[in-house]
Write a new protein. Structure first.
Length: 319
């Protein structure tokens, strides 16, 4: 009987340890996923363009193809690489994060620049000259490449926010982030790309006047919804990109930007006197976003005149 009671004690201790580990995984995954919000919003804002100009019946299959590749990118390729870097080359994480922050800043600044100096979109011309199957294949390949870059950012940012040394907690937390974010992004994308169809159906087939009015409202509001998502994604990219750069410089020993932003946020919170936490966050995010925008604008000529031509020469597209 004493042996049986001891066994029950051991089982209870193991169960308690497992529950603690699961709590740690959930807490770390939540913290990590929140920091990657800027990339997540941008991912959801970017993906719908890959189904533009293709048959409506192919929209959800295309989204599923991209989502399936995204799961593979995050869980099979990026998660093990991130854990290996954390275990054996932790000093590389800050430079890699800063490269990612510069990329996010460039992407956000380029969208702002395109608003100031409009560029002609060549997408519709491709739709007219390529058959649907070829265009779908081309779009899916492009989406998967973009997703891989954004997924790498999500996993690196998430890993940097996990402050528990346990290898298994880190791995499980990253897996939870990968699965949750991918399901959230591509579930939202699926709803967005089919919202027009739902609105048209309700407008045409709705039995009640309220249902038909709802359908008309959905159809009319979708362009504004997409613009709103794209705008939020751009702002989030600049904020997250600038924040990564500022914290990276701070970790590498250049403390001036971080300390000046912190000082400005503290001064603003004290001057306002109320909602100090919100004011501190708003000023910090705003200044991080300005740094991200400035960095991105400085990178635009470098990318367009040097990096893009060199990459095109090294990796020519197959026609």
């Amino acid at each position: 009987m004493s042996g049986l009671l001891a066994l029950f004690d051991d089982v209870a201790a193991i169960a308690k340890l497992a529950a603690t580990q699961l709590d740690d995984v959930a807490a770390q995954a939540s913290k990590a996923g929140t920091k990657a919000a800027g990339v997540v919003i941008d991912d959801a804002a970017v993906t719908p363009k890959y189904v533009t100009g293709l048959p409506a019946a192919r929209e959800l299959p295309i989204v599923w193809k991209i989502a399936r590749a995204s799961f593979f990118n995050k869980l099979v390729i990026l998660l093990p690489v991130a854990l290996v870097l954390q275990a054996f080359l932790p000093w590389m994480l800050t430079p890699l994060l800063m490269i990612g922050g510069a990329y996010l800043s460039f992407e956000g600044a380029e969208k702002v620049w395109h608003l100031i100096v409009p560029h002609k979109d060549k997408g519709p011309q491709q739709a007219k000259t390529l058959d649907a199957a070829h265009l779908e294949e081309q779009r899916v390949k492009g989406a998967i490449k973009t997703d891989f870059i954004l997924s790498a950012e999500i996993m690196t940012i998430s890993l940097s926010q996990i402050d528990i040394d346990s290898f298994w907690v880190q791995g499980l937390a990253l897996a939870v982030v990968a699965i949750g974010i991918t399901a959230l992004v591509y579930g939202a994308v699926a709803l967005l790309v089919k919202a027009d169809d739902l609105g048209i159906f309700l407008r045409a087939k709705g039995r009640l006047a309220a249902t038909r009015a709802m359908g008309r409202g959905i159809v009319k509001s979708m362009p504004s919804v997409m613009v709103g998502i794209a705008t939020i994604g751009t702002v989030a990219m600049l904020w997250v990109g600038g924040s990564i750069l500022v914290h990276g410089l701070h970790d590498l020993g250049w403390h001036l930007p971080y300390e000046q932003i912190k000082h400005a946020a503290t001064w603003a919170a004290e001057a306002v006197g109320t909602a100090g936490g919100f004011v501190t966050w708003g000023v910090t995010a705003g200044l991080d976003g300005i740094i991200g925008l400035a960095t991105g604008l400085a990178l635009i000529p470098l990318v367009n005149r040097a990096i893009v031509p060199v990459s095109g020469w090294l990796f020519p597209e197959k026609m």
